[in-house]
Design a protein around this ligand. Structure first.
Ligand code: MLT
Length: 206
């Protein structure tokens, strides 16, 4: 028997070959985004790990020094760890590792963006709700086969619009196909985010 992938996680089998890798925000857990995953693609398998870092008891995917100030060494280490988890989970659950789409919110969106930049082979596409520039990679990845949807709040107190645009530019400079949408909201997710992301996902063909 193969060992269990080494993150606490939920897995929900799907009816298609696509898997949504669900990445929660600070203080969330592996169950948080399961309903969102079903809403975004009711046929996809769902793989939802819990971040291993605890900040005052709140799970996160990597350490930060202050709000919006990341521990870059830890971020790189945790990004590799998450990418390795996805590889072992894909083997364990027999999912197609070429059809994994990250769906991240806030801290989860930031590690999803970091995964695109440092371990791009892990993901076919990504939906990033309320994401920031996680890091600037030393070498530019080739993201020419990657599609990314970014949903931002136009009055997000944590992420200024300029930061979201900078993330889009960073991904575009690596040749990713990026769609960016601004919503009348703050850091919280809205129904419009979910509706537009769902519509976009139906067009991201295998
Ligand atoms: C982060 O730390 O990833 C961002 O500040 C978003 C958050 O988790 O609040």
């Amino acid at each position: 028997m193969r060992p269990q992938p080494d993150f606490i996680h939920e897995f929900v089998a799907g009816k298609s070959n696509r898997t949504l890798l669900l990445l929660h925000g600070t203080g969330g857990n592996e169950r948080d985004l399961i309903p969102l995953g079903h809403e975004l693609d009711s046929n996809a398998a769902l793989l939802s790990p819990r971040g291993k870092i605890l900040e005052n008891g709140m799970p996160r995917f990597f350490r930060r020094l202050a709000e919006g100030v990341f521990d870059l060494e830890d971020l790189q280490k945790r990004t590799r760890e998450l990418a390795d988890f996805v590889i072992s989970a894909a083997q364990f659950y027999k999912i197609d590792n070429r059809q994994i789409v990250a769906v991240g919110y806030s801290n989860g969106a930031n590690i999803a963006a970091s995964t695109l930049l440092l371990r791009p082979e892990t993901l076919a596409a990504a939906v990033l709700f309320r994401a920031m520039v996680p890091l600037l990679p030393e070498t530019q990845p080739d993201l020419s086969s990657k599609r990314v949807w970014i949903g931002a709040g136009d009055s997000d107190p944590i992420i200024p619009a300029s930061e979201t645009k900078q993330l889009a530019e960073l991904l575009r400079s690596a040749k990713a196909d990026v769609t960016i949408r601004f919503f009348q909201s703050g850091h919280e997710l809205t129904n419009d985010d979910v509706d537009l992301a769902r519509e976009w996902l139906t067009k991201v063909v295998d």
